[in-house]
Each structure stands twice: as C-alpha cells, then as structure tokens.
Design a protein around this ligand. Structure first.
Ligand code: MCN
Ligand code: CUM
Length: 806
C-alpha cells in the first residue's frame, strides 16, 4: 500500500481518540514522575506558616488562652484566637448545611481536635514550638458521643443556639436536635406494613468513617495589599464556590479574589467543605501581608475534617408471602457531630438518602431523618457517597437480605422479583425521584451467569454440611448487591449550594492551527478529567483529543462552575462540554459551507471534517476550518472559533450496577479471603472504559476498607481512637483482591451523549456487596444483622456468639 494513501474513515475515527477509546491518562506522565504540582508544592516568596492549637478534650469550657510564652518563641509572628477574629465577624463561619461553625474556639470546645488558636510563624518548626507554648485553661464538661443519648441528655452542646426552636430545616425538638427531615407518605406506609403478610425489621448501622485522601487538606493564602488582590491556592473540590464564600465573608470583591486548585491528591468528598484553616490563613495573610501556608498532618485530617456516614437506619420492609415488596419505612438517627457542616445541596439535609427504595418497585415508602449534635468532628457528606446514596444503598441492600431470610427465599430471586422493569422507565419512585433509564434484569442475569450463581449456592450448601461434619472451619459467603445511584446535581430548580444553582460549564477556544483549549467549572482530584473531557470534545468537534488541552481549577480563567463531587462532572460539565462543542460545530459548518461554496445545509459533519452531501471527495477538515476562522473574512460570520456553554441538566442520571462478592471466612480467626469480586457497572455511554475501570477498582478498594475494617471510633469521653494509620485501616496491595469488571450500557435519555456518572458507584455498591458476603456466610447459622466494619475481631465475635466455637 502506498504510504500517502489517505486514512480510512476507521483510521480517522481512531486518530481522534474520542468517545469509547481507552486513551491513556495524559495527567499520569507528571503524576508518576513526581512532577505534580500540589498545594504543598506552592512556595511563594516570603511565605510563612500557620498551624493550630487543637483541643485535647471533646467537650470543655475554654477559661483562658495564654499566648505570651508562644509569642516569645523565635520565629513565631502571631497567635490568633477567637477574640482576634471576632471584630471581623470571622470567629464563626456559616456551614454549607445552614448551621454555623466556630472557626476558633469561642468559649468552649465541642470535639477533640477542634481548632483553638492559630499560630503563625516563619517556618513549620517554629509554628509547632509556638503551639506547644500556648497554654489553654480548660474546664471539662460531660461528653456525648451517642446520638440516642444526646437526644435525651440535659447536657447542652450548642449553647449558642440553645433557645432556638427552629433550625435550618424546621423545628428542633431538643437542644441537641438539628432537624427532622421527612419524605414520603408515612400513614400509607405504616398501613401497608401493618397489613402485610411478611414484615422484616432491622437496625442497620453504617459506621463513621473518613475519606482520608493521601494528600491532606491545605491552602496558601496570599494577600497582595498593593493591588488589593487575594490569591488562594487550596485543595478545593469547588474553587468557584470557595471564591464566592471568601468574598461574602471578607468583603473583598469577587474579581479581586483568585482561587486556584492545583493538582489534588485525592478528594473523595473531604475537600468540598470550608475549613477553619482556610479562613485563618486568609486572615493571617491579610494581617501580615505575607503569603500564609497551612497544611494538615494526618492526625489533623482524620480528627477534624469531614468525616463520613454515622447513620443509624431503623428499617421495616413488608412483602407478600411470595416475595413482592409492599412497603418500606426508614427512620434514621444521623450523628452530625458538633456542627452541621454536611456538604449537601441546600434543600437536602440528608442528601439524596431518599433514593433508599433502591432498584426496587416499592409502592409506598417513608423516610425520616433526625440530625443530632454530638461531641464528634463535624462534616458528614463525604467519601464517594453521592450525597448519602451509599448509606441508602447499604440500607436497602441489607433490608432485602433480611427480608429474604424472613421469607426463606433466595436473595437473588427476591431482587429479580422486585426490580423496576425496563419498560417502567422513566420511573417515578415512591419517594419522588424520576429514574431516567435502566435495565436491571439484563444486568442482574448477566452477573449471576458470570459467577455461576447456582453453582456457588450448591458449593455453599455443601460447605455448610462439611462444616457441620467438622471437615472444615471455613464458611463461604456470597454477597449480592444491585444498586441504583443518583448523580449529576443538578437541576438548578431544586439543587443549590449556598444559593448557587448547580449547573456547570465549559468554554472552548479552537486555535488557528486546529488545536484547542477547553476550560471547565469542575476540578479533577485524580479522576482523569484532562483525558476524558478531551475525548468528549474530540468526538464532537473532530479535533484529536491529543490536540486539546483541558484546564480546570483557576477561577480567573475557568467559567463559573460548582465543582467536582457527587459524580456530577460527567453528567453536568460533560454535558456542557458536548453542548459547547456543538456550538463550535455549528459555526464550523457555516465556515465550511462558505469555503466549499455551497449552502450551510449542503454540508454534513463526518468525523473530523465537513463534507458536501453526496460528494465526499469535497470536504474541509476541522483544521482547515479553524484556520479559515482566523484568516478569512467570511460574510456574516465573526472571526474566531470559540464557544461557552452553561448547562443546567433537566434531571439527574441514575447509574446502576450488579456486584457479587464471594468470600471465604475462617470462623476461628475471623480472617476473610475474597475469592472473587465481580462488578458490573452501567453508567450509560462510556467515555473511557479504562478510566471507568480505574474508578471502579479504586472505589471498590475503598468499599473494602469501609466494610472490612476502616472506622472513626471514639471512646466514651470523646477521645478519637483511630487518628493514625496504625489504627485507621487503609488497604494496601496485600489486602486488595483481584476484581472482575463488566458492563452493560443503558444511555441516559436526557444527557447529550447519554453518559451517567460512575465515580462513586463502586463505593455505593461495593460496601453492601462485601458486607452481605460476611452476613451470607453465617446465614445458615442464624445471623441476621452484624454491624460494620467486619474486622477480624468482630467476625470472630459473630462466629463466637453463634456458638460456632464449640
Ligand atoms: N467517565 C467515563 N464515562 C462515563 C462516566 C465517567 O469515562 N460514563 C469518566 C469521567 O470522564 C471521569 C471519571 O470517569 O474521568 C469520573 O467521572 P464522574 O463519574 O463524572 O465523576 P467526577 O469526575 O465528578 O468525580 C467525582 C467522583 C467523586 S464525587 C468522588 S468522591 C471520587 C471519585 O470521583 N473521588 C475521587 N473518584 C475519585 N477518583 C480519584 N482518583 N480521586 C478522587 O478523589
Ligand atoms: Cu460524597 S464524596 Mo464525592 O461527592 O466528592
């Protein structure tokens, strides 16, 4: 073949590396070579350092703070306390959940590790010495770590709002109560359950854990007093929102604030909220006129920044004798810690927890969520959770298992019997969500077949018999999960954060030589946006992904966006990217028609060019069109080739998946071994299968951590027991099993390219799959419910309590 032969259409498509291509991640060249640029890599001339004096007590009155000795420490420049922030009205700050939070201890402390004073020094070591020299007089108060106790106790945690009977979400019925949030029809649900043939009831606890990104939170604040410009580099999952909040709090006009999220070493929801460290750094920079850096250490991160979960979910599920579900009732007691700093969309204090009817066609349902203050760290929505969807999925997938026990039915069959059928979509759930698309039976059958489910059940039954005969000490658990996610917040009409509607954005500039830059309102923390968003564009505008730069995270250059969390980047910013691309294409079409001397309607887009209809040899490539946009005067067409799209999604997207975990458990040691983990995900149109697989592997490993050992635990006086990696379980390659990934592809009908999010799915579906496997191993011996994490001691205890140790 002649070397000069023009590429075939197939080769042209492949050359774009567009939708569906497992393009290698472009960001990994720098990440794998230690060339990333993280916040702690930011070093500005004259930069100084701030760090916190933190409370050793979970609940105490702060009688006095003595800073004199600290100020004598060489290198220490200033010590900020609440008294210094008060004149600026910055000693408290608003939270995303409509509560307020102390920036620095104002009269009392409410959790161990709480920020008490901010020491500013010429270097980190001097700051540490300064912290040691600050003397705080505390008077200990009674500690409440149990939310049920807190709702009964005379001890008032939040004295600042003790007399306030109305909270951000309606009436407070006790001084430690934050809100009661309800959805669904309680009377009808109670009626359905009371008249049902079979009812299963269970308390399902999803313990407190922490997203624990490898890079902790931090920032560098730099106030340029000459030009009046404040620049803040930080580990922000939502840089534009941080800019708006910083402006509202400081009074500095928004155009004079530049927020930059450089490379981020994992976010997982931990970096959505606004922390005292940001406020104190900004204040310290304004006061000193110098750049101030604050970086958490690991203990700070695990003790004081956004925790996850801590949901006590009391469930009742009813069904007919042959297994058709008739109702679901759920009463949640939610431990929010000392301040309600949950990062939910404003109207949803329990996030999207009311997706808890899951994948099932349940005629009536009710959920009530009580938020409660305790002496624990604030936060609450974080950790690959899709705004509490992970709690919801765990709840319903446990309730299904318990119902299966009650019915004496196979749990896979019970699920299949109750799935929303493909012909029911779009489907409106009893709790008000409109599921966009799905095909659960196809996914479920594929999963069961892939693992030879029948064969596994036979093997399990044989194993139980062998165990009873004393021939083995290992049991076999088959953990099933079919989850439905809800991601892509999302419709501006009902989703906002601090009043900012949750749209997202993309702005594209095509350069004269046919390459481009696109800027988005989202920010990658490791998800690979620079790779995948270029792929969406490549397919939309016919410019190779390799010729498109994706830039995020600088509020001076990126269009306003709400950031990356809730797996919203693909559903919202991804849609904006496709729509902006289509604007580029529409203009390119006019230019092509002019160049080809035909009417606009006589050319059509084909991969990387516009061709004259019926005459494919007459065409202009996108590179030629881009050049013409800048060097030719085209009547009626402005020069240049740029577009911007702000996209308000009409609905959220509902990815789903079928996960099966096969686990061996040694009843004498509590040690588990994961023999097989099969994960089928359906996230609609797949942009980059390899990136999706990476997301699934990461999310499953975090799910493994949560289900099998990870925990934020406190003792009865509020001491944090798991604030180091000695105690907080992070899986290594040693504990991580091999995963088998699979997929079906049910496009979202309302997304421009049919894509749904996937970043949090593996965590949402993974936790119940691991946990159900543990439960299932002991089902034959009467286990109904055992709380996570299923570490070796707790698993041993299950076996022990069931009398399996002889
Ligand atoms: N993707 C795709 N095809 C789809 C859907 C997604 O190829 N149909 C790709 C996307 O293009 C993107 C990645 O998968 O590169 C994740 O996309 P998406 O599901 O839209 O999620 P976000 O980009 O909004 O990421 C947020 C999500 C959340 S909320 C948490 S928490 C989490 C997660 O991503 N944090 C992460 N995954 C993480 N992965 C890493 N490495 N680090 C984190 O902090
Ligand atoms: Cu809920 S963790 Mo993610 O939404 O950043």
């Amino acid at each position: 073949m002649n070397d000069q032969a023009p590429p075939t259409r197939e080769q042209r498509v492949a050359g774009l590396k567009g939708l569906g291509c497992s393009r290698k991640r472009v960001e990994d060249a720098r990440f794998t070579q230690g060339k990333g640029n993280y916040v702690d890599d930011v070093k500005l001339p004259g930069m100084i350092f701030g760090d916190f004096v933190r409370s050793p007590y979970a609940h105490a009155r702060v009688k006095a703070i003595h800073t004199e000795e600290a100020l004598k420490v060489p290198g220490v420049l200033a010590v900020l306390t609440a008294k210094d922030l008060e004149p600026l009205s910055l000693h408290w700050m608003p939270t995303l959940a409509g509560d307020k939070q102390m920036v620095l201890a104002d009269g009392k402390v409410l959790f161990q590790g709480q920020e008490v004073a901010f020491v500013v020094a010429t270097d980190r070591y001097a700051a540490a010495d300064g912290i040691a020299a600050v003397e705080v007089e505390y008077e200990e108060l009674p500690v409440l770590t149990d939310p049920f106790e807190a709702l009964k106790s005379d001890v008032v945690l939040r004295e600042d709002i003790a007399d306030q009977t109305e909270g951000a979400h309606g009436a407070r019925r006790h001084h430690n109560h934050i809100f009661l949030w309800e959805e669904g029809d309680e009377a009808a649900t109670t009626q359905a359950i009371e008249s049902a043939e079979v009812v299963a009831e269970e308390m399902v606890y999803y313990h407190r854990t922490h997203p624990c990104p490898l890079e902790t939170c931090g920032c560098v604040a730099s106030m340029d007093k000459v030009n009046g410009k404040l620049t803040v580099y930080g580990t922000f999952q939502a840089p534009h929102v941080v800019r708006t909040v910083a402006s509202l709090l400081s009074g500095i006009e928004e155009h004079n604030i530049r927020v930059i999220s450089p490379d981020i070493g994992g976010g997982f929801g931990n970096k959505v909220g606004v922390y005292p460290g940001y406020i104190c750094s900004i204040v310290a920079s304004i006061v000193t006129g110098k750049p101030v850096k604050w970086i958490e250490n690991r203990m700070d991160n695990l003790m004081a920044t956004a925790f996850a979960r801590d949901y006590w979910m009391k469930g009742k599920i009813s069904a007919t004798r042959d297994g058709k579900i008739t109702g679901l009732h759920c009463q949640v007691t939610a431990d929010h810690g000392a301040f309600d700093a949950c990062a939910d969309p404003t109207k949803f204090p329990a996030g999207f927890f009311h997706i808890c009817t899951g994948s099932y066609d349940i005629p009536v349902a009710y959920v009530g969520v009580d938020g409660v203050y305790t002496n624990k760290a604030p936060g609450g929505v974080a950790y690959r959770c899709s705004f509490r969807v992970t709690e919801a999925a765990y709840f319903i997938e446990r309730m299904i298992e318990v119902l299966a026990i009650e019915l004496g039915m196979d749990a896979a069959e019970l699920r299949a019997k109750n799935f929303i059928r493909a012909d029911q979509f779009p489907y409106t759930s009893a709790l008000g969500w409109e599921y966009d698309s799905g095909d659960y039976h196809t996914a479920w059958d594929k999963a069961l077949k892939a693992v030879d489910y029948e064969g596994l059940r036979r093997e399990q039954a044989e194993r139980v018999e062998a165990f009873k005969r004393g021939e083995t000490r290992k049991l076999l658990g088959i953990g099933l999960t079919h989850f439905t996610e809800i991601v892509g917040a999302g419709p501006v009409k009902n989703c906002d954060i601090l009043g900012m509607g949750m749209f997202d954005s993309c702005e594209i500039r095509v350069h004269p030589t046919g390459s481009a830059i696109a800027r988005l309102g989202t920010i990658s923390q490791g998800q690979g946006h620079a790779t995948t968003f270029a792929q969406i564009l490549a397919s939309e505008i016919g410019i190779p992904a390799d010729s498109i730069t994706i830039e995020e995270g600088d509020t001076d250059t990126a269009p306003y966006g709400l950031g990356t969390y809730g797996s919203r980047s693909t559903p919202v910013a991804g849609a904006a990217t496709a729509m902006a691309g289509r604007k580029i294409r529409a203009k390119a079409q006019m230019i092509a028609a002019y160049l080809l001397e035909v009417h606009d309607d006589d050319v059509e887009f084909d991969v990387d060019r516009f061709v004259v209809k019926g005459a494919p040899e007459r065409f202009k490539t996108m590179a030629e069109i881009a050049y013409a946009a800048y060097n030719q005067a085209i009547p009626g067409v402005e020069p240049g080739l740029e577009a911007v799209s702000y996209y308000d999604p009409p609905n959220m997207t509902y990815p789903f998946g079928a996960y099966i975990c096969v686990m061996e458990i040694d009843v004498d040691t509590g040690v588990h071994e994961i023999r097989q983990f099969y994960a089928l995900d359906d996230c609609g149109t797949r942009i980059n299968p390899m990136v999706i697989e990476g997301q699934v592997h990461g999310g499953l490993t975090e799910a493994l951590a949560i289900a099998m050992g990870q925990e934020i635990a406190y003792d009865e006086i509020g001491n944090h027991k798991t604030a180091t990696f000695m105690d907080f379980f992070i899986p290594t390659a040693w504990e991580t099993p091999t995963y088998t990934t699979d997929h079906t592809e049910t496009p979202s009908p309302h997304h421009p390219i049919g894509a749904k999010g996937v970043g949090e799915s593996p965590n949402v579906g993974g936790v119940p799959a691991f946990s159900n496997a543990v439960h299932d191993a002991f089902r034959a011996f009467g286990l109904r419910q055992a709380h996570m994490p299923h570490d070796q001691w707790r698993v041993w205890k299950i076996a022990h309590d069931l009398g399996l140790h002889g």
